[in-house]
Design a protein around this ligand. Sequence first.
Ligand code: ADP
Ligand code: MG
Length: 244
Amino acid sequence: MNEAKLSLSGVVKRFGENIVLDGVSMDVSAGEMVCLIGPSGSGKSTLLRCMNGLEPVNDGAILLDGFDIAEPGIDLAPVRRRIGIVFQSFNLFPHMNAMDNVLLAPRRVLGKTGGEGLAAAEALFERFGLRDHMMKFPDQLSGGQQQRVAVIRALAMKPEIMLFDEITSALDPELVGEVLDALRALRDEGMTMVLATHEMGFARELADRVCFLDGGRIVEAASPDVLFSEPKEDRTRAFLRSVL
Ligand code: ADP
Ligand code: MG
């Protein structure tokens, strides 16, 4: 069976009277990189948060390897271990150096102590060009470096899927590239990824599929070539005109 890694169907999310996700259905295959684009308030962040159980949904199903993680009452701890998320704000603990930030969760949750977790973390710092910065505190790092540490911290849990919520939008423009490079490397290694982004050039270059959200719905989903060059929906065209 050719089953999606993550499969959403009819996901509805309300905050009070406000319908923020209005029946979202989408599949993410293993190794795929899907970009979510759309105006502010269209529901991108909420959708990502629902995908790893940070927000309960009001209706619909979210299947992770065929198992519904949107069922009320299921244990979400393993889900959050399998689906990592990185936010726009780096959320590093300021009183811990980069390495301790990265090792905190593996130590607590995976019970990794000493050598094993440390070697894996060092390899991640190396891979993302931060070998010389492992022992620095967040305020000694640039925004781009902090964001890469946040990515490393999520990867240290060995997730199967990574979610990224506009992780470059708080960065100075000259620091955006190094974070996008880290995402590119992850993609090339075959990580399954869903990104909310307003980096249209990046989405166009690297996404396998782009979903345009508006008003809590996926208005249009297509390969970047199709979505950026010949969008079918008026709302997609209007949005792209406003950002490109
Ligand atoms: P985007 O990431 O596309 O900008 P969001 O998912 O952040 O969109 O927000 C979608 C809508 O949901 C907005 O109208 C926002 O005000 C609302 N919203 C998001 N989070 C909450 C919350 N915790 N409580 C109430 N409303 C929320
Ligand atoms: Mg958002």
